[in-house]
Ligand binder design. Sequence first.
Ligand code: 3PG
Length: 210
Amino acid sequence: MTPREILKVSPIIPVITIENAKDAIPLAKALIQGGINIMEITLRSDAGLEAIRNVAKEVPDMVVGAGTVINTKQYDEVCEAGAKFVISPGFTVTLLQHAVSKDDIPLIPGVTTASEIMTAVEYGFDTFKLFPANIVGGVTLLKAFRGPFKDIKFCPTGGITMNNMDEYLKLDNVLCVGGTWLTPKEEITNHRFHNIVKFCEKALNSIIVC
Ligand code: 3PG
């Protein structure tokens, strides 16, 4: 899949940090039941890599990606584990070059500035994570980027919830938003996956984009 196809799978990408790799399987099934068949599992915990592997193997309908990938070693590890896409909070040119040379699993690099977009465009990238969206300028910044970067698309994450996601989803340069609010840590560790199904349904039903 291309980065844009990835970001069009669902208007919301749950960003998940998982403590027990086994929990990733019922979590992935709950997300699908709630209507979301894409998830970003971060490498912010030791269980992240194994969690990606588990979902890739056991829940084939889930488009599972890896998040918080910050170097080429991690990029290779998550690809080997079965990640279908890779997201990084920022980028290094080394990471961009590595992803281009592999050309198998799409990298969606994080950006916050015009210069970063210009640099990554030089390496063939046109689809980015904006992170941390609410801190670096949010909706106002994305509107400003429409002028110079009319062909560039974003997935903003960081500080996005059900209360403000619509303002982002309305923008024509935003393909989807990402966030942690659909998958609270306490619901996962206490195995309250039915609540996660409800959070997904509520979030999807509340999207009013026109
Ligand atoms: C990310 O990496 O996308 C962010 O950590 C999301 O964070 P938040 O939704 O909790 O603000």
